[in-house]
Design a protein around this ligand. Structure first.
Ligand SMILES: NC(=O)c1ccc[n+]([C@@H]2O[C@H](COP(=O)([O-])OP(=O)(O)OC[C@H]3O[C@@H](n4cnc5c(N)ncnc54)[C@H](O)[C@@H]3O)[C@@H](O)[C@H]2O)c1
Length: 304
């Protein structure tokens, strides 16, 4: 018995990297999987159908069920076709995992409009496109006990603010807000919505020297397959209780992020008198903010 027997899942960006690890594990656990990947370079150029086909071949050679889709998730109609393909191929759709992504890194003052648009398009619009068409289908099912799952991918780049990735950081935090909104909107239709913040050695992290060094030291621990168990849990029927959360999955660690909460509040009887506002903002908030601009204690430690 697999943990996902009878489930039908779409995994975007599953021709390589983390997505491929997710697709393989879901299939091994009994899910029928649409391996959706445009097969592009890291910057989104040069589409190629072979990565998705290869993952489908690996899955079917080992006795699993999978079909390939080579559409662009950022194309609204192509995303509709992707949802339709899952239903036509396997009779229904239970899970959408939005992994597809690209990078065009540059400091904010050097970034071109095209670099901004391309990254926001694939991550944010791509995530919206599949979620839109899937949620319309889930709503039509009229099944509040449906165990339907929307699983989006965010990043520490947004959660912590990577200085050289303003487009990507913005898109990935946009995905967090979108996930919170979907969790609040879709619960009544039997859908949970969560985000994964992954960490793994892939071509995406190879472009960052610090990450490359960390991966070389970590060896197998940074394998992209290590992200997949947390996704499999969220994709399973066991995770009904979990919605509107950001889960970190990197190496051998799985973590739960908090939601932004008010740390401190100052209140005036009426419109703020400016000298008083300056004084009280400094006195109340400054001690809570560390040197790096993070509230003290928020960067956290870790325990094993
Ligand atoms: N690797 C990490 O440590 C890390 C860290 C944080 C977040 N992430 C996120 O995890 C996800 C997977 O990253 P990865 O490291 O496996 O990257 P990857 O480059 O290895 O894989 C991304 C895949 O998405 C596909 N893709 C890109 N644009 C597409 C489009 N428009 N339509 C369909 N498919 C498209 C690519 O062809 C590629 O196969 C991404 O969303 C990424 O932003 C990764």
């Amino acid at each position: 018995m697999g943990k996902l027997d009878g489930r039908v899942a779409i995994v975007t960006g599953s021709g390589r990297g983390i997505g491929a690890g997710v697709a393989r594990l879901l299939a091994r656990e009994g899910a029928s999987v649409v391996v959706a990947d445009l097969g592009v370079n890291l910057d989104g150029s040069n589409p190629d159908s072979s990565p998705a086909q290869q993952v489908v071949k690996d899955i079917t050679d080992s006795g699993g069920k999978a079909v390939a889709n080579n559409g662009d998730v950022a194309d609204f109609q192509a995303a509709e076709g992707l949802i339709r393909q899952a239903i036509d191929s396997f009779g229904k759709l239970d899970v959408v995992v939005n992994v597809a992504g690209i990078l065009r890194d540059r400091m904010v003052f050097n970034m071109t409009e095209q670099e901004w648009d391309a990254v926001v398009r694939v991550h944010m619009k791509g995530t919206f496109n599949t979620a839109h068409h899937a949620s319309a289908y889930w709503r039509e099912q009229r099944n509040p006990e449906g165990h339907f799952r929307l699983i989006n991918f965010t990043s520490v780049s947004g959660l912590h603010g990577a200085p050289g990735q303003p487009n990507y950081a913005a898109a990935k935090m946009g995905i967090v807000g979108f996930t919170y909104s979907c969790a609040n909107a879709l619960g009544r239709y039997g859908v949970t919505a969560n985000a994964i913040s992954p960490g793994a050695a892939t071509r995406m992290t190879e472009s960052v020297p610090e990450e490359r060094r960390r991966s070389a030291q970590a060896g197998d621990e940074r394998a992209p397959e290590n992200v997949a168990p947390a996704v499999a849990y969220l994709a399973s029927e066991a995770s009904d209780w979990c919605t509107g959360q950001v889960i970190s999955a990197r190496g051998y660690e799985i973590g739960l992020y908090n939601k932004p909460q008010m740390l401190s509040q100052i209140v005036s009887d009426g419109p703020w008198e400016l000298d008083k506002a300056f004084d009280m903002i400094e006195r109340s908030f400054r001690p809570l903010v560390g040197g790096a601009g993070y509230p003290s204690g928020q960067q956290g430690g870790q325990s094993r």
